[in-house]
Design a protein around this ligand. Structure first.
Ligand SMILES: [Mg+2]
Length: 171
């Protein structure tokens, strides 16, 4: 079950980070678009800033995004975290960099994102904990449309097998 999330929550605020800490997760990789911020927003909301500031006390926090450098760097700088733009997820070249930079194993890391193909695919390839959240908005980047189409097909397959249902949160 390549894309099946280990944990599924409505948004980044609903994730039980204490539980992740107890599971010895040391590094949280956040997707940017529709996970941390709306695609047409250029700044981190105050509640996101507050959450990331808190999380940095317990975890290494990084942003890995397929978006261009200009956009990703502005969030990375505002949130004062490491950031990897143009990541080409599900390609895991950025994960390899993160593991060597922070001396981490796969079992130390979780990815948090709103897409099956890119984010959960990245988690599967990298054998890290996969945390899925609902997209912040229905509106996606155009390039995402094909992935959403494929995601819909995968979701309905999982749903037929009672593995995953949109809005039925777990973990
Ligand atoms: Mg996203």
């Amino acid at each position: 079950m390549k894309y099946l999330p280990d944990i599924y929550k409505k948004n980044i605020f609903d994730i039980n980070y204490n539980k992740l800490k107890k599971k010895d997760i040391k590094c949280l990789i956040f997707d940017l678009d529709n996970t941390l911020a709306l695609i047409d927003s250029n700044r981190a909301e105050d509640n996101v800033k507050k959450l990331i500031t808190d999380l940095k006390k317990s975890f290494i926090v990084v942003i890995v995004s397929n978006s261009p450098k200009r956009r990703v760097s502005s969030f990375g700088k505002a949130l004062e975290v490491d950031y990897y733009p143009f990541a080409l997820k599900p390609n895991i070249r950025t994960l390899k960099k993160i593991k060597s930079k922070y001396n981490l194993e796969s079992c130390d890391i979780a990815i948090i994102g709103d897409q099956f193909i890119t984010d959960m695919g990245y988690g599967h390839k990298g054998k890290i904990t996969k945390i899925f959240v609902d997209p912040l908005a229905v509106k996606d980047l155009k390039i995402t449309n094909i992935n959403r189409y494929l995601e819909g097909k995968i979701m309905s397959k999982y749903s037929k097998n009672n593995l995953f249902k949109k809005g039925k949160y777990y973990g």
